[in-house]
Design a protein around this ligand. Structure first.
Ligand code: SAM
Length: 317
């Protein structure tokens, strides 16, 4: 996005940086102006922090501000969401994903679409040794500076040569046009023979379509588990897409059960609609009864002796 001149003027004349902090000095901005300035600061990793009275950055604020002022361009979070499919995993989902992963300290973990590290950070906090891949250099920098990962590689994961050396793969890949299935299928090849992959995926994978057949077969052959996440689990990250957590072992366990694909629960409004459907059904039955009665009436009339028509158009009963 091209940054508007008034926003650039505020950032160049009124932004004071001090380490990770950025403060806007001078007269109060109008709400609309503040919103535009804030959008730029958030796009480069800043977050307004009331207790600090400042925007805080994961890296030195001056470093991220300099290219913004030089180029007058920024990729906003909205643009990133659309282009890069950046939807950070909320804490509740990360917690469930980590629980399914059965992590132990010292395990090696690959996060192949790591973003700014929601999953990687939680895995590292449990003592795992985490290697990350992220295509967006901005998120990769944030992640690198957080020092939670052993290695952060800026790359397109789908082009990374396979190396089966990880105990776990934990991921929330991009979803557009089935890319989650491509990412998970590629990621499975990075597991050791006794490894386990847990991924957030689009609800689409639970549906039987031509595009999901091969992937569903793979999950079933490995004895994978599929768990529905609550509706709108990612709303705080900017998407209402329905999601599942898919757990796939590198090798099918001897005691594995058949995969059960979750079915979508009808939301309340649909239940109300079902109530209306019952009314409609009752009306149909009533109409059918009326129709049957009408048919019976016609049948009774037909059993009466038929009138005889004789030449001369005289009707005789
Ligand atoms: C849904 S976000 C998840 C971010 C992070 N895993 C989390 O859970 O918070 C998907 C991430 O994948 C990255 N990404 C998209 N395509 C990629 C690719 N081909 N290789 C590596 N990363 C990719 C995006 O930049 C984005 O950060």
């Amino acid at each position: 996005m091209r940054i508007l001149t008034d926003v650039l003027a505020v950032l160049s004349d009124r932004a004071r940086t001090d380490g990770h902090r950025l403060v806007l000095v001078g007269p109060r901005l109008t709400p609309a102006q503040y919103q535009r300035v804030n959008e730029v600061l958030e796009a480069v990793g800043g977050r307004w922090t009331k207790t600090e009275g400042a925007h805080l950055f994961p890296v030195h604020a001056a470093e991220v501000l300099a290219p913004v002022l030089t180029t007058g361009e920024v990729v906003t979070l909205g643009e990133k969401r659309t282009l890069a499919q950046y939807f950070p995993t909320p804490d509740s989902v990360v917690g469930r994903l980590i629980a399914l992963a059965d992590l132990e300290p010292g395990m090696t973990v690959l996060e192949p679409s790591a973003g700014s590290g929601a999953i990687a950070t939680a895995a590292a906090a449990r003592g795992a040794i985490v290697d990350c891949i992220e295509r967006d250099p901005g998120y990769a920098t944030v992640l690198s500076d957080a020092h939670v990962a052993r290695r952060v590689q800026v790359a397109d994961f789908l082009t990374i040569p396979v190396e089966p050396r990880f105990d776990r793969v934990l991921m929330n890949p991009p979803f557009t046009r089935g890319t989650d299935m491509a990412h998970v299928t590629h990621a499975l090849r990075f597991l050791k023979p006794n490894g386990l992959l847990v991924s957030v995926m689009s609800w689409t994978v639970t549906e039987q379509t031509g595009g999901t057949t091969a992937f569903r077969k793979l999950v079933e052959q490995r004895g994978g588990l599929v768990e529905a996440l609550p509706a709108r689990a990612f709303s705080q990250s900017g998407t209402t897409v329905d999601t599942v957590l898919v757990t796939i072992p590198a090798t099918r366990p001897a005691d594995s059960q058949p995969t059960i694909w979750p079915v979508r629960n009808l939301p309340t409004q649909d239940v109300e609609e079902l109530g209306n459907l019952a009314d409609i059904a009752a009306e149909i039955v009533a109409n059918l009864r009326k129709a049957v009665a009408a048919v019976e009436e016609v049948a009774a009339a037909l059993t009466k002796p038929a009138p005889i028509t004789v030449p001369g158009d005289i009707e005789v009963s």
